[in-house]
Structures are given as structure tokens and as C-alpha cells.
Design a protein around this ligand. Sequence first.
Ligand SMILES: [Zn+2]
Length: 387
Amino acid sequence: MTEKLFYKDSHLAEFTASVESCEKEEKYYKVVLNRTAFFSEGGGQSADTGTLDGVRVFDVQEKDGILYHMTEKPLEQGKTVTGKIDWEERFSKMQQHSGEHIVSGLIHRKYGYNNVGFHLGQDTVTMDFDGVLTKEQLREIELLANGAVVKNLDIQVDYPTKEELHTIEYRSKIEIEGQIRIVTIDGYDVCACCAPHVKKTGEIGLIKLTNVQNYKGGVRITMLCGFRALADYNEKEASVRKVSVLMSAKENEIDEAVEQLKEEKAQLKNEIALLQDKLLRSKASRIEPGQETVCLFDSELSGNAPRELVNLLLEKDVKICGVFFGNDSEGYRYVVGSRSVDTRPIAKSLNETFSGRGGGKPEMVQGSLKGMESEIYQFFACSVLGK
Ligand SMILES: [Zn+2]
């Protein structure tokens, strides 16, 4: 069994130990020490990382009480090595985990819901509960949880006997073989847990619940504690500041400014639609009605304007109408319409000749092609008249 130093002192960042074994796996090494401060992966929390005599430890797994340190290089058996934990990361995880106990404890006490899923990753912490909570209820939990931080309570760890355990009300009652470890935050939570925690709640810092979504009949809550919450605040602050400058609005009034901008945008869209309609009607009015074919090149058109122009021209009894928009270097998009002739063969021969693509219904085809305006114009006129 590996001696677990993190249970004696959760703030131990550096330690010495002797190498009991080192086995080569496919692309890494599995190192067993007589004792360690590295916490292994488990219970939703990722493993500690760090170094052993400067050799990178990228994962730690526990099996039958033995902790296996996955390293990038081998370590000599019997040698005394110095282990260093990536402390910032580990301390952050303790902040998140202790924060999670407070929040889960509060939700359990207030609403009777159980934490049924916990994930403590590099960037995010999520907790799943088997009951639904509103945003308002979570706001209240958040406030109470931060109250626990301010009180700077001790986080106690106890190893009760089986008899004592029967007398304790605690969360996370799963049948565990051997000694059960009880983590208590007085007035907030009592929970069976094997992870290292901060010593006092004040170390957690800010507890911020950033998101809640419905999940499997309950809710999934996303949380940030301590430095992670600060980093999130900084990121959001920068974003709000940028928007505030762009909108020339006070930081706490940017929502109104954005709403107004959206309204103005909708109005402009309406105005553009009216102007486009006017423009298309003016373009159409310059075309002689009743012509056999019309072939127009227009670089001003975009969106659905070409289709609308084709329809306007067909209303003027033009038999076959083709509208091309784009330019010689980048190519053209086209719309061809008719009320009396199947336009699909026209698209087919255009595509074949000008390496284009597209098609549609007998009364209208659309596509894109590459070629020179003069050549496309000539080909279109000939192929249409040849029908
Ligand atoms: Zn826990």
C-alpha cells in the first residue's frame, strides 16, 4: 500500500520518497513509491500532475491501495526521489472540490436533492442533482455558500468506526470497503469523500455558479471557485469593456444599447428591402416587354435580388430570362427562369461549357460558373435561341 501523504497534509506540495518499482508500459513508465502526495484520479476529479526528480508525472491511478505514477522517463528502483506537485492546479482543484461540498450540502439540506454526478476538470466543474432548481433558488444557494466562505470554517476530516458511522448523518452513502473518510463543514455539509480539501473555507475564495441547465430530470450546475472565478471575472470584464467602448455605453447599460442596436438593424433591413424592391422595379422597367430572351449581367445584385429580378421580367412576358451577377475573375452566379420553356437543359449546357454547377425546377434554375462575360452572353443567347 502506498502511504498517502495528502491525507496527513493536503497542502504538501513537495516530498521525498523511495522508488519501489518502475515498469515500462507501451510509451510510458508506471512508478510505485513508498509514499506520495500525488492524488490519483477518482470520484470525478482528475489526477495531480507534477514531477519526480524532474521527470514529468502526467497521470496517477490507484489500484488496490497502490498508487501508480505515469511518467515519461524511467526512475531507478530503490532511489530516493523528490516529488513536486503542480501546486497551482492542485490548489485550484481543492478550492473547487471544497466549494462543491458546500453547494451540494446546502442544496441537500434545503431541497433534499442529491449530487448524482460530479466532474472536476482542468477548466470546468459540473455537478448534477436529481431535482430541478430555478435560477433564483441557485442565486440564494450561491449567496449562502459564499457566507460559509466568509465564516472561514474549519474543514474537518474524520475516520469514524463502523459503529460511530451509524450515528452520523452524511451524504454520499455508498458501500465502501474499509475505512470511510468523513469531511465535515460545520453547519453546511457532512460527506463521505476521499479527496484532499483546503483546511479552511476562507481558502476557497469566491463561489460562483455560472450556469444551470436541465439534465436527466434534474439539473447540471456549472461552478467556478477561487482563482478560476477570478479568471472568469477578468475575461468577462474585458468582454463587457470592449462592448461598452464599441457601443459608447456605460458598462452596466450595454444590454439596453445592444437591444437598441438590434432594433435599428431590423429597421434598416426593412428599409433596404423596400429600396431593393424599388431598384429591381427600376431595372426591370428598362427592359422591353415581350422579348424572346433577356440576358443581363449585373454586379450590383446579391442575395435573392437576382431571382426577384427574373420574376419581375417574366411578369413582363419575357419568354426566357437569364440574370448573371459576379465578375470575370471570380466567376458568376446565375438565375434562369421561364414560364413556357424547361430551363433545366439550359443550366446543363451552361454548366458543361463553363465548369459550373447548379440546377433546379423547369421554371427556374440557379447555379454558379466561371467564364468571361462576353462568352457567357454569346453562349446563352445561342443556346436559348437554339431551343
Ligand atoms: Zn468530495
